[in-house]
Design a protein around this ligand. Structure first.
Ligand SMILES: C[S@@+](CC[C@H](N)C(=O)[O-])C[C@H]1O[C@@H](n2cnc3c(N)ncnc32)[C@H](O)[C@@H]1O
Length: 277
């Protein structure tokens, strides 16, 4: 017998609320819409099989699995990205980097290339290329599985013909001399000892996307050691940083001129901008 979608939804919300899950209503709505393949569940009835599928997802979410990982997509800036267990979920904090680059690079910029180190789902590079339609980009990641997701996202966004993905340990597989006007990176920056204490939901992200070595700064050091020949004169580097890493990352990149920092919505410094002179 078909069930009323409102009742199925209310049951899901109640289960999540009982566990004090934040945004229980939004989570239950996204999960039910996903199961029913619709944008508005209220217009539908629910079969017993779909109700069971929905309950299973609610239980998985209750156990800590993020909604994005359950439905396979996540909104970022003004786009939606495929995600899976091989990529970091795009985070609202990383939208600070988009804001910084869009401020720095005029809309009609031509013939200029962006290099994205540690592209993951491709959310940073893809969003920038959507908004800078004359630019091209290279996305690098050491995870081939992540690059499959990034490629799928580039096709979804319509930027695939301007994007090239390379599987590489940071810059190792790139030609020694390049002339990138813009390099961006949101490298793994969590200190290894802090990883076990992260909220359960973060542990659904791949470890390779989180682990910044003993002090969280290992990837910045690696990137700094090879970035100079890749940036053109006046080229700009934008780096996402973790909480409290601002000073240490500035020091690591003192081979470039520090330009300015950008804060996220909670007022924390999230992005540093450097210029090659
Ligand atoms: C914090 S995630 C960022 C993903 C995406 N750019 C974003 O902002 O959502 C870091 C990414 O760096 C990649 N990565 C880690 N170590 C790497 C290495 N040695 N070389 C290249 N990429 C690496 C990970 O696979 C992961 O996709």
């Amino acid at each position: 017998m078909e069930l009323r979608s409102e009742d199925v939804f209310a049951e899901g919300v109640a289960i999540l609320r009982k566990e004090k899950i934040a945004s229980a209503t939004t989570a239950a709505r996204l999960l039910l819409c996903f199961v029913l393949g619709t944008k508005d569940f209220r217009a539908h009835t629910v079969s017993p099989a779909d109700a069971e599928r929905f309950r299973t997802l609610i239980v998985q979410h209750k156990a800590g699995c993020p909604v994005s990982k359950l439905i396979g997509s996540r909104a970022f800036w003004d786009q939606t990205f495929y995600v899976n267990e091989n990529v970091l979920d795009p985070r609202p904090d990383s939208e600070t980097l988009i804001e910084a680059v869009l401020q720095a690079i005029p809309e009609n910029t031509t013939s200029s290339q962006i290099l994205d180190l540690g592209t993951g789902s491709g959310c940073l590079l893809g969003t920038l290329l959507v908004h800078r339609p004359y630019m091209r980009g290279i996305g690098v990641d050491c995870s081939l599985q992540a690059l499959f997701v990034a490629q799928k996202n580039a096709v979804r966004l319509g930027t695939a013909n301007r994007t090239h993905f390379i599987c590489s340990n940071w810059t190792a597989a790139l030609a020694q001399k390049h002339n990138f006007e813009v390099i961006i990176s949101n490298p793994p920056y969590i200190s290894r000892r802090d990883i076990p204490a992260l909220p359960k939901s973060v542990l659904y992200d791949p470890l390779i996307a989180l682990d910044g070595g003993e002090d969280g700064l290992a990837c910045y050091r690696e990137i700094a050691s090879s970035i100079m020949p890749l940036l053109c004169h006046k080229g700009q580097l934008f780096l996402e940083v973790g909480q409290g890493q601002q000073r240490a990352v500035k020091k690591i990149f003192n081979i470039l001129r520090y330009a300015q920092s950008y804060k996220d919505l909670s007022g924390r410094v999230r992005v540093l901008q450097f210029i090659k002179e």
